[in-house]
Each structure stands twice: as C-alpha cells, then as structure tokens.
Design a protein around this ligand. Structure first.
Ligand code: BES
Ligand code: ZN
Ligand code: ZN
Length: 496
C-alpha cells in the first residue's frame, strides 16, 4: 500500500512536518525558533543542502528548498526525488502521517513532492513472510491555501471533470487514482512467471475494468485461431499455457476525440527467448516483458476511473515465450493476422510478432492514433539506458511532439529515433514478406520498421525496455517494475 494524499486545512495534533519553500526569506517565521532558523540558514548557505531535517521532541521537521531551476520539468522531477528521500526518512522512523505545508502557493511543486513521497513508498512484498519491510507512511496531508482556492473554485462552479477541465495537475483525487494505477502496473510487472500466465493476466485486466467502469473482453485461443493471429499463436507454440488477447475500452458520452486513441502493449508474460534461448543473465528479469501490456491496462484503468472525457482502447496480446516441443524454430515462416508472411529467424524477437497482430487488429477501430508500448529490444537499452524510452513515429509527428512534452512533465522521458525507409529494407526477407531479425546495428529502429508494416494510421512506437524495470532502486521509481508509461499516457490524453 502506498499512502493516500489529501488536501486539508484542519489543524491536526503535532505530526511530522515538511515545509516546501523557494528560498530562505520565505520561511514562515512562526513555525521555527531562533536556533532552528540559524541552523537552516547555515545548512542552506554554507552546505547548499536542499532537504534539511531536524528532530523536535516527538516528530521530525523537513524543510525542502525547491531548486532554483527555470526548466519546469527538471524542477518538478527534483521535487519528486526530494519527496522520495523524505519518505525514506519517515519510513525509517515508522511514521504513519506527514503534513506537507505550502506557505508560498507553489502548487505544482508541492503536488510533485507528495507524488514522489507516495510512489517512493511502494514495495513488492506479496511473497515475503516478513512484512516488517513495508513502508509505514499512510497519509500525506497537504496544507495549501492555493490548492484549496483552486478546489473551492471548482466546487462552486459546479465543475466536473467530464464536462470541462483544463488539464490540471493539482487535482488531488485524480492524483490518487493515477498513483493507484501505477501501483497496479508495478504489481503486474513484478508478478513472477510462476504466478502469472496470459490467462491470469487477462483476469487481472478484467478486474481492473470492473473496478474502473471500463469494458474488457478476453479473446481465447479458439478466437485467435478464427482471427488468424499467426504471430501470437506462433510465439505461443512452445508454451504450456494458452495465449490471450485482451481488449479494454473506455468510451464515455461526450468524449473529446471523435475517433479512438488505441494503446497496444506487449504482453510476453515471460521471455526465455524460445528456441533461441537466452543465456541466464539476460533471462533473469524477463518477467518484465509484459510491462507494456501492464502499462496499457493501468493507463486505461486510471483514465476510466478519473472519468476523463476521452475515448481510449487498450489491446494486450499475451503469452509466454518458451522452447517447447512445438515451438517455432529459426527459419519457420508464419502468416500474420493481416495475411503477410514472416520468416522467423530468431525466436527471441517474439515481441514484434505478437504486436504485429495487435497493430493489424487495431485497424478495425479506425483509430485517430495508435501508441504501442513494448519492452522490445536490448538495442534501446544500450542506446539510452534506463533514463528514458526510445520513441519512433510514422505519420504522427505532431502527436509525438505532445507525447514527448508529457514525458518531460511527468518525468517519463522519451527520445525520438528516425524511421528512415533504409531501415525498412533491412527486415525484408528472401523467402517471405518480412523477417523478424535485422542486422546488429540500430535494432530498436528495425524492430519499429517491422511493426510499421502492420499499421495504416498515425502511429507511435515506444520501446520501454530500459525504464520499465530496474534491478537497482532509483528514487521514487523504486526497484523492479516502475510503472513507466502509465503517468505518461494519462497526461497525454488529459491534454485533449
Ligand atoms: N524482451 C526482449 C527485449 C528486452 C531486453 C527487454 C532487455 C527488457 C530488457 C526481446 O524480446 C528480445 O529478446 N529482443 C532481442 C531481439 C533480437 C533477437 C533481434 C534483443 O534485443 O536482443
Ligand atoms: Zn525476446
Ligand atoms: Zn521479449
């Protein structure tokens, strides 16, 4: 459980306190005694510290000086990170509640601090008997006159999110919904293969739909055979578990977009590599190979729960990739959902096979835009590491520009790679229409060019292999599944 954030003006009994300010001169004088003020001044001026903490009799006080930083995205990200740091201290103290005070009306910054605190409290402890490791922080109470004024204005004008809402980062009930979605995404990604199959994953998505007001449908093997989804069925051939294809839809009355935006997520519940078996080290974290599907499910869940006025559809093809008796072998040729043939040269390039079927299936929705999220290539990780995702587009330059700015806003950064036609030549096969393997260079681009052949609409591809899963903890992103993509997609559609 991560803490709940609330906006409050009621005086509570003394509790742990965080004060968020921009500079020393803004320090609310009444809160600190002379000795404390002197200490704060010294820490800021001499030691250049951002987060300063000290103990009072039975509680802690933190003063967080927001970094002087013109770039809004960098400033908000440093607020989230400071939030995580303070949450760490509070959990060590076994604190249950903290008040975050905003004397200056720095709404976005204070909300970002609370967000980083909450996300930093995430732990995956489902399989640990020792629950003592859990974070103790349960309530983050934000004291902010400025945020209250915004809330009261909304209430008095009869505001509801579905009618009109100029994308507002400070809407705390909505933030709680979003953070809960990130938690659900992380939980799905962290669930090991021993406890998660395509069928159980689909069941979880159905539950998320039921909890949020979205509509879900799960297609089973028989249905996939009828639809001739040769990519998904092909990858599934080595598996002991059947594949699934889950569709989740949120289509509210009065949606702002005429044609739906479709999200597609790679749902490889475990990637052994198949017959092209991965070596041990590379297989270690391959339970994360459904992080794209988990992000799609969680994003639609949050969008539906927050009742955002946008029509969105999520498509999640799911299977594990294993070397079974019937498994695909190198050189096999399969026929995809759209009738194209693919020479499978490496069974470890399975993601593009299941995604291709889903992208081809997406046409039936006549989408305004399709965005896929996939832990697709090691090449993307080698290119930019864990600090962002590789983005590519076809016919969606403007949309990608907006998505990139959402990425900066929420701290889920994207960097664009080219989609030049030359790369497309590299996935043409001698014996079939396409092959699923390109040369060693620019692997994330040839993968995207392969996928593009199955699209006939504005298309964005996000290779999230780097940031989706962390083997070492990194601030509020934590360790294991990060939930990358959920806050990104949510912010993107709230700009509509
Ligand atoms: N799931 C992997 C990609 C991956 C790598 C995800 C690291 C997360 C972290 C994908 O299915 C894969 O194995 N890709 C191959 C493709 C190659 C055979 C063309 C790769 O990148 O090595
Ligand atoms: Zn693979
Ligand atoms: Zn994979």
């Amino acid at each position: 459980m991560i803490p709940t954030i609330s906006l409050t003006s009621e005086e509570q009994e003394l509790e742990h306190l965080v004060v968020v300010i921009s500079k020393l001169s803004k320090l609310p004088a009444a809160i600190f005694n002379t000795a404390e003020k002197k200490y704060l001044k010294e820490q800021v001026e001499t030691h250049k510290k951002e987060v300063i903490s000290f103990n009072r009799l039975d509680y802690m006080v933190f003063v967080f000086f927001i970094r002087e930083e013109k770039d809004r995205a960098k400033r908000l990200e440093s607020c989230r990170k400071a939030g995580d740091k303070m949450a760490g201290c509070l959990n060590e103290r076994k604190a249950a509640r903290v008040a975050v005070f905003d004397p200056e009306g720095l709404c976005d910054e204070v909300v970002a601090v609370a967000e980083g605190m909450a996300l930093g409290c995430y732990r995956f402890l489902k399989y640990k008997n020792d629950k003592d490791k859990d974070s103790t922080l349960k309530d983050i109470q934000v004291y902010s006159k400025a945020l209250e004024t915004i809330r009261d204005r909304e209430t008095s004008t009869g505001f509801t999110r579905t009618t009109q809402y100029a994308s507002h980062k400070n809407h705390i009930p909505e933030l709680n919904i979003l953070l809960d979605a990130v938690v659900r995404c992380r939980d799905l990604v962290n669930e090991p293969n021993s406890h998660q199959t395509a069928v159980s994953f689909s069941g979880e998505v159905e539950q998320m739909a039921a909890d949020s007001g979205a509509v879900a449908e799960v297609m089973n093997r028989q249905k996939l055979e009828a639809l001739k989804m040769g990519g998904l069925l092909g990858v599934n051939r080595g598996s002991a578990e059947p594949p699934t294809f889950t569709v989740i839809e949120w289509n509210p009355a009065g949606a702002k977009n005429e044609k739906p935006v479709v999200f597609v997520g790679k749902g490889v519940t475990y990637d052994t590599g198949g017959m092209n078996l991965k070596p041990g080290d590379s297989m270690m974290n391959m339970k994360c190979d459904m992080a794209g599907a988990a992000a799609v499910a969680a994003a639609v869940y949050a969008i539906a729960k927050a009742k955002l006025p946008v029509h969105v559809i999520g498509l999640m093809p799911a299977t594990d990739n294993r070397p079974g008796m019937e498994a695909l072998v190198s050189g096999d040729i399969i026929t995809m959902h759209n009738g194209m043939t693919v020479e499978v040269l490496n069974t470890d390039a399975e993601g593009r096979l299941i995604l291709a079927d889903a992208l081809s299936y997406a046409k039936k929705f006549d989408p305004a835009l399709v965005i896929d999220l996939a832990t697709l290539t090691g090449a993307a990780v080698r290119a930019i590491g864990k600090y962002g995702a590789a983005a590519m587009q076809a016919g969606a330059a403007g949309e990608l520009t907006s998505l990139i700015s959402s990425g900066f806003e929420v701290g889920e950064r994207l960097v664009e790679f080219p989609m030049w036609e030359d790369y497309g030549e590299l996935v043409k096969s001698e014996v079939a229409d396409l092959k699923n393997l390109g040369p060693a260079e620019a692997g994330m681009i040839t993968a995207a060019k392969f996928l593009e052949k199955f699209t006939e609409y504005p298309y964005i591809h996000l290779d999230i292999a780097g940031p989706a899963f962390l083997d070492k903890p990194d601030s509020y992103r934590g360790q294991g599944g990060t939930g990358f993509g959920v806050r990104l997609l949510f912010d993107f559609v709230s700009q509509f």
